[in-house]
Design a binder for this molecule. Sequence first.
Ligand code: GLA
Length: 377
Amino acid sequence: MLPKKPPMGFNTWNTFGPDISDAMIRETADAMVEKGLRDAGYTYLVIDDCWSKRQRDPVTDKIVADPEKFPQGMKAVSDYVHEKGLKFGMYSCAGVRTCANYPGSYDHEFLDAKTFAEYGADFLKYDYCYKPDYADGSLLYRRISMALQSSGRDILLSACNWGCDDVYSWIRSTGAGMYRSTGDITDSFGSFRDIFLSQLDNMKYNAPGCFNDMDMLTVGMRNRGNVAAKGCSDLEYRTEFALWCFFGVPLMLGCDVRSIDDTTLKLVTNPWLLRINQDAECRSAFIAHKDRDNLCNVYARLLSNNEIAIMFTNLSDHPHGEVWFPLDAIGIPPEAGKALQLTNCFTGEDAGTVKEYMLLPLEAHDCAVFIAKVVDA
Ligand code: GLA
């Protein structure tokens, strides 16, 4: 089944890298339930690279879980995750080795898909390292998709080829439910800003069935773990999360949810932001007012129930006194006699009614998000 809304969950890579284990996954599953993340919609628990032994089994040719990290095998971990009401995600690669140099699924697609089905996987992240030059990328994603479909289990294919080889033009035809469109994120403002800006022209490819994946969130990592860089302030994490929500892309948490702090937990369970991300109609966001270098754009997105989401951004390094946009830019000319009644998505508070235009000062790296209804002026 292809996803109708952007998938949500947790992935081990950002914080844990190779330091994954049976205990760490079980504790994460517990935390996702206890902290209300599962009930907020974060249902996939995905184990990324470095989960297997370095070589396939010499007799069966199967990939084998690392017995030191996962002494009870993967099925036991998967069962535990399922008992918690979560879905279980695995990782492999279209090439001969994974990006961290473990066995990849090239030429073993049907065997590996069967193995993942035996584990009880519901999701497979499929990377692109060590792909033989002569192999066609679209064929490799078609092959693993075919293998998953004949595995006897409903497994969401999460492609990860970083936007290479014109992936936008063919990924939807492979049967993937989401696809990474950028290189790897690190925990810094510059990293998520550049990833976001690189996707402005690709948002038209983001739609139900196959979502544009801007990578796992670094929100709340606080510069600890595998992709630590400069770290971000609370304000910057808020902007990152708001961008991912507003643009309707998958929300895969990358922080250590076992020790998630209250500010981060409140942010990632913010009901207004999640409502925008998970809106039933999944329409694309568009630029309502364009700044010269896209750093201080205003975006809009039509939601179901005749609501409109509006996002003001200041991704520049300087305060901006007046991020401005005319309501006409979203189709409300002054002579229509209409106004927008606003709810502030960060607080849930009524933010009043505006006519003709909006003007908002924003600190460097800040943003503001509103859900609006059209009312009589
Ligand atoms: C690639 C992917 C990352 C992660 C690593 C694992 O770099 O883009 O998201 O899966 O591989 O090695």
